[in-house]
Write a protein that binds this ligand. Sequence first.
Ligand code: SF4
Length: 354
Amino acid sequence: MSQESSYSEGDLRNTGMRLKHDREWDYELDRIAEAIEERDADTVGLQFPEGLKRRAPRVADDIRELVAERDLTDDVRVLISGQPCYGACDLDTYLMKRSDVFVHFGHSPMKETDKVIYVPLFSNVDVLPIIDEALDELAPPAEHGSIGLVTTAQHMNRFDEMCETLSAEGYDVETRRGDDRLTHEGQVLGCNYASADVDAAQVLYVGGGKFHPLGLAMEHPDKRVVIADPVNNVVTVADTEKFVKQRYASVHKAMDAETWGVIFCTKIGQGRWEEADRILDDNDDAYLITLDEVTPDRLRNFDVDAFVNTGCPRITTDDGPRFHKPMLTPGEYDAAVGNKPLSDIGFDTFHGTW
Ligand code: SF4
């Protein structure tokens, strides 16, 4: 699966949005217009996640019309980012620096800053019917009174309703905001499951895709993770066995590697310098490679035996087989070179912000 087709935070194709892409989303044009007026802006930069790039020209038109109608400023140039965008970790910093007003659509802030107007775009899928179905899969309150609840940013607008539904069934709903990388209580990212670190033996994950619940179950092996997927309308229980086998196979392939490419991702929210630096200190045959987008094509000409990716963990685990050499997470690298036992490899997660 290519990165372009994978379902990361910024790709709304698997959130139900694609089903109704013609509906009018709330692009918060009034808030953008206010910022244009306040800053007497000449340039407005817009960044959309992959699934909503098709809407970008219409939104640019709407902004220009609003500026003219309200006579906000003499003229405004709207610039649209064409860079791939998969999460709030992925701000187009080039465009941001060159725009008087910079708007990032579709993700909740990874770090609040006056430089960015974040416009979250929520999924229009009703989550309550699938939570009802998930009740059959969950241990009843008499057995486990507490339950953890997590979801992705796209369904965050329904989080209170989710909590109320579970409370009405008799559960004590345990929620927390995991760390600074997350905006909301109960939010998880593909690289951060700290919000599930609650005092409950079972966790309900509400959302689409397979990656998040797998990460969740890997990161919290003591908990049973029930997945209520409102997009595909299915309830399942996370099973990590196949995933773990795949990761073990990748580590085994890299065990004979003599030379390593250590990838340092230059995207603003994906740089883990200390991790990259640690591996370079550890290994004289490791070479640092800097990249923004980490793709098989861009690495094909590097003649090393294996790669370690310190950027987005989803590239490693979703797209790993597409690279011409084994691609490991930093923890898996340690197992491959014998720094720790294979049984100790966990899920690769990011904490904090930039
Ligand atoms: S680094 Fe985290 S937030 Fe960014 S695309 Fe990867 S999983 Fe999503």
